[in-house]
Design a protein around this ligand. Sequence first.
Ligand code: GLP
Length: 259
Amino acid sequence: MEIIIQPSPEAACRYVAGRIASLLAAKPAAVLGLATGSTPVGVYRELIHLHQQGEADFSHAAAFNLDEYLGLPPEHPASYHHFMQENLFQHVNFNPGRTFIPSGLASDVPAACADYEAKIRAYHGIDLQILGIGSDGHIGFNEPSSSLSSRTRLKTLTPRTREDNARFFSSLEEVPHHVLTMGVGTIMEAREIFLLAFGTGKADAIAATVEGPVTANVPASVLQFHQTAKIVIDEAAASKLQRTDYYRWVFDHKPDWQR
Ligand code: GLP
């Protein structure tokens, strides 16, 4: 696990967007794993900028999103389909036939989840996965107690996550209880993972993820088992970590070939 502490969310988002642009340059048909929530918006803004400068071409790439609310149609303003259109897809040149998000309208949920897994396999897996983190340590919508080897499936949101996400809806009552999400096991198969977190509201979750025990009670802590997971955070999200001096030293003294 590599802990990368950046001076601001903007710097962190520039860093991750730069890594995505480098991947696309080296592998134009790269498969990206995309996330929603406020945290990755800055990464998408930067990718749009790089695309406009001719430095990020998505025409051969593919994208799989982590999750969607069950029952929300794609045009619902709080759906993750809508979020991705607004924040990234309509501004860059993905082939729409190569972008995938679990369907909130699936009538046969287990079949839709199995299809999603099969589709990821058909694309030979995810090269680079972006993650945010819930204040309770969830990744995707894998809430505490999720199996650490779970696959795409139906999950029930905790009251805390429904409250955290109520800001995207007109009221708390409108936030669905059920979601479809890639599993923790699905996420762990991504070849490279960047988890982003900003602000003091994420400091406890980041401390538990990075320096706590691996536990299904903090699903993100399983990233300790991932060979290339990078935790990209601002100073506020890093504020409850014990070994920040060490993490900073490691990052500042990387050999050139590792940068
Ligand atoms: C939702 C998403 C997660 C995201 C989390 C944090 O629960 N399913 O993928 O990481 O929100 O969101 P934010 O970045 O807005 O704090």
